[in-house]
Design a binder for this molecule. Structure first.
Ligand SMILES: [Mg+2]
Length: 133
């Protein structure tokens, strides 16, 4: 990955490289002192709210078209802020996000077996009791 990340991309960049990048960004600014878990969680929630704000008063089609047509670059910016704080939290707490995600997906697969959950938006607690589709 180069300094500006122009040759980077999901297909060629590892999660570790992204974590190293946010750690370097933090350390260059001496911000580790501010990156405690509580404040990182607060920042993460704020950035998620900023992402949500971009969705306000737009229907799905309008929002999706704006994003895909490049008319709403702020959407990717806020997504990146969310990811940056999530990775910063993982760096601070030494959490392997790949292992964490895969473990949670295994739990989700148990909660939402394909035969019960396919095409159904019910919460898993309602699926077992026979939710309506
Ligand atoms: Mg932001």
């Amino acid at each position: 990955m180069t300094g500006n990340g122009t040759d980077a991309g999901d297909a060629v960049t590892t999660v570790q490289e992204l974590k190293d990048r946010v750690r370097a960004f933090r350390d260059e600014r001496d911000w580790e002192q501010f990156h405690n878990p509580k404040d990182l969680c607060i920042a993460l929630a704020i950035e998620a709210a900023e992402l949500l704000e971009l969705c306000r008063f737009k229907d799905t089609e309008e929002l999706e078209a704006q994003i895909k047509n490049g008319e709403l670059p702020e959407f990717e910016h806020e997504m990146s802020d969310v990811l940056s704080y999530l990775l910063s939290l993982a760096v601070r707490l030494d959490i392997d996000v790949t292992k964490a995600l895969l473990a949670k997906m295994a739990i989700n697969a148990e909660h939402y077996p394909v035969e019960l959950a396919k095409g159904c938006k019910a919460k898993y607690t309602e699926l077992q009791s026979g939710a309506e589709r």
